[in-house]
Design a protein around this ligand. Structure first.
Ligand SMILES: [Zn+2]
Length: 201
């Protein structure tokens, strides 16, 4: 049983942050970030673009702010059991732009499965100051979406659900995936435009 809690685990956020401010070794700061006490549960919410963190998260964020040891920061940013907000904050403290870019893309790749792009980008923007790297993350996410959409469309097309687009020949449409051509079905065009089945008129 634990008989005493360190001050950085205080329920009083001011006391906790103050304690983190007084920690003077990089290893201790690292240990605060990696600690997984139950009361230090994750909590994050967005109001507009601003991100609010739980007390425990604020404490860990403060510890990262005070870290300079590049190898410990790289450890945090690459540890998949650490929450991505902290990983991204740790990346923001790394000084090698090539490493920053590589780690940003890796985390963006992990996050895009379960978070919308705007959320991911807001998170990166709050910690990574290098605009070129942010632009790279945006492009990466955009391209990943496009690849996913293209793949979905290819599957649709292969099942005969073609993506018909009008051609310069006003009577014909072409599938933008496989290039199949069809004559425009006027009944279908009428139905799509009006919501009324023409033959039922
Ligand atoms: Zn097709």
């Amino acid at each position: 049983m634990e008989l005493f809690k360190p001050a950085w685990q205080s329920k009083n956020i001011d006391k906790a942050l103050d304690a983190v401010n007084k920690v003077n070794t990089q290893t201790q700061l690292f240990n605060i970030v990696m600690a997984s006490e139950e009361q230090f549960s994750w909590y994050r919410r967005y109001r507009g673009k601003k991100i609010f963190y739980s007390n425990s998260t604020q404490v860990k964020m403060r510890a990262i702010e005070r870290m300079t040891d590049q190898s410990l920061l790289a450890d945090i940013s690459q540890n998949s059991s650490v929450h991505e907000d902290l990983r991204i904050a740790a990346i923001g403290k790394l000084s090698d732009p090539a490493l920053v870019e590589k780690l940003c893309l890796e985390i963006a790749e992990e996050m895009k499965e379960y978070k919308v792009n705007s959320t991911i980008i807001a998170l990166f923007e709050s910690h990574i100051k290098n605009k070129k790297i942010i632009a790279g993350v945006k492009k990466y996410l955009h391209d990943a979406d496009k690849r996913k959409r293209d793949e979905y469309n290819r599957i649709r097309c292969s099942r005969g659900d073609h993506l018909w687009k009008n051609t310069s020949d006003s009577g014909k449409q072409r599938c933008s995936i496989c290039g199949a051509i069809r004559n425009i079905d006027l009944n279908e065009v009428w139905e799509m435009a009006t919501g009324i089945g023409r033959t039922g008129w």
